[in-house]
Design a protein around this ligand. Structure first.
Ligand code: TXE
Length: 466
């Protein structure tokens, strides 16, 4: 009998379903199917591929309620946030669709008419774009529609076949995405879900795939890079972060507090670009802290299916220990626990929203990704001190500065090695801008035109006529 994985509801700890897992032989068979049909898909008209993707867009909107309910059931994401995620995908699809024809079109970059001189015929130089072939998309559970869609939508539009492995913590949503794509006209062998945990992901990497697009943790990202290295294939890794924010002395404190509290606690802090560390200038520290705590105390923790809930359970049980250990480590080293720090007395994998002050960089909470509802706030005396502390991380996903002076913010942010830089905002992603990490936050970019070209390989055409 095939192995199964158990899908558990994090809010109730009840078993939702057992799903059969793909073993090595099943993964190999799925690769073979995709390999066979991918050339035909690449040769199909981009207009037909666009039509299917636009139908998928329509279905997402039509079925947003039931898809959101499914996502909430297996990840514990509050229902309003699940709906928001699904309903934000159409804007990303619009960007990809609007640019697909232009990105795929060959570029004539040089032309020389035939000359009367002997042997000097017409010369044309053209850049053509070929799809990579069959690509693997190994995905995370925290935003399956966003992080998956950033890969599989442009990959399909550019003419690739996709073997899509959803996270084992968002398996049912992965299956729903596959059904919707197939119903929209994407052939079943062009988008194939591959079901299972890390072992299945590893089996996928053993296939002669033409590209790997991974979203997940730094630890797993390293393993993916090692497995992909001998293949010499396109390897893209979107990994975690320890994203900092700095509140300048001239900041609008109310705006900063509300924005950063949401940035730290939205989706229970389980966002790659969640605010993970806050540095506040001493001149506005007390005022900021008061406003921040007021916002956090206003967050409603509860049943994620209730539209009033802002904080649900965390999605993976083992993370509860990670969070408890970070809090214990910080308190043992002198931090002040302003709220939370423990599991509320109720069933489900809940952790109370936690704010720590008097923190420093000897504490794991200021060094390692929390990926949960825990935030450390540190007082600083100057922009220089804030900059130095923000730089003290191997990660480089995003950073934010709140203040009224744009030049000051840009000067600080320019000194940080991050893929995204925010002035008076945070935890924001745009389809028009590249989404990328530096250092331990990853390799390559999704979204923007760069995130479309990444699914293509250029070919240099040297064309002469005599
Ligand atoms: O990651 P994991 P998770 C980051 C986020 C956090 C992590 C959370 O910051 O660090 O993702 O996601 C499969 N060979 N981002 O917990 O555990 C596994 O089955 C092949 C960054 O899911 O690394 C799952 O499908 N595959 C971000 C996937 O890897 C393997 C946006 C990820 O699992 C494997 C969102 C193996 N050996 C989250 N082991 C961004 N930067 O955009 C596991 N897997």
């Amino acid at each position: 009998m095939a192995d199964v994985l158990s899908v558990i509801n994090p809010a109730t700890e009840a078993l939702i379903q057992e799903v059969p897992v793909d073993d090595g032989a099943a993964v190999a068979q799925k690769f073979k199917q995709a390999k066979q049909v991918q050339p035909g898909w690449a040769a199909s008209s981009p207009a037909d591929r666009i039509k299917s993707v636009l139908r998928f867009r329509e279905l997402l909107i039509e079925r947003a309620d039931s898809l959101a309910a499914l996502l909430t059931s297996e990840t514990g994401k509050p229902i309003t946030q699940a709906r928001s995620e699904i309903l934000a995908v159409p804007a990303r699809i619009d960007f990809f669709v609007e640019n697909a024809a232009q990105v795929l079109a060959p570029d004539r970059v040089y032309y020389e008419p035939a000359s009367a001189l002997p042997g000097m015929g017409m010369l044309e130089e053209v850049i053509g774009y070929d799809p990579l072939g069959v690509v693997a998309n190994i995905s995370a559970w925290n935003y399956p529609y966003f992080v998956g869609g950033n890969v599989f939508i442009p990959a399909l539009l550019m003419g690739n076949a996709v073997l899509y492995k959803p996270s084992e913590f968002a398996t049912l949503t992965g299956g729903a995405i596959a059904s919707l794509l197939h119903e929209s006209g994407i052939p079943k062998d062009i988008f194939i879900p591959v079901i299972g945990s890390g072992l299945t992901g590893a089996a996928l990497l053993e296939q002669p795939i033409d590209g790997i697009f991974f979203t997940g943790s730094y630890a797993t990202g390293q393993k993916i890079a090692v497995a992909a290295a001998p293949k010499l294939i396109r390897t893209q890794l979107e990994l975690g972060g320890k994203d900092p924010a700095y509140v300048c002395p001239d900041a609008d404190v109310a705006v900063a507090a509300a924005g950063l509290a949401d940035g730290a606690f939205y989706n229970n802090g389980q966002s790659c670009c969640a605010i993970e560390r806050i540095y506040v200038h001493t001149d506005v520290y007390d005022e900021f802290l008061a406003a921040f705590m007021e916002t956090v105390r206003g967050f409603t923790l509860g049943d994620p299916t209730d539209a009033a809930t802002y904080l649900g359970p965390v999605s993976r049980k083992p993370q509860l220990d990670v969070l408890a250990n970070q809090v214990a480590d910080a308190v043992a080293k002198g931090a002040t626990l302003l709220c939370g720090g423990e599991r509320p007395d109720r069933p489900g994998w809940y952790f109370a929203p936690t704010v720590l002050t008097e923190v420093n960089h000897t504490m794991t909470v200021m060094q390692e990704e929390s990926f949960g509802p825990v935030i450390g706030i540190q007082r600083v005396a100057s922009d220089e001190e804030a900059t130095k502390l923000m730089q003290d991380t191997p990660y480089g996903l995003t950073a934010a500065v709140y203040g009224t002076d744009r030049d000051r913010a840009v000067a600080i942010l320019g000194q940080l090695k991050t893929g995204s830089a925010y002035w008076n905002c945070c935890d924001r992603v745009s389809p028009r801008l590249p989404w990328s990490g530096r250092g331990h936050s990853g390799l390559g970019a999704t979204l923007s035109l760069a995130g479309m070209y990444t699914f293509l390989q250029p070919r240099a055409w040297h064309l002469r006529r005599f």
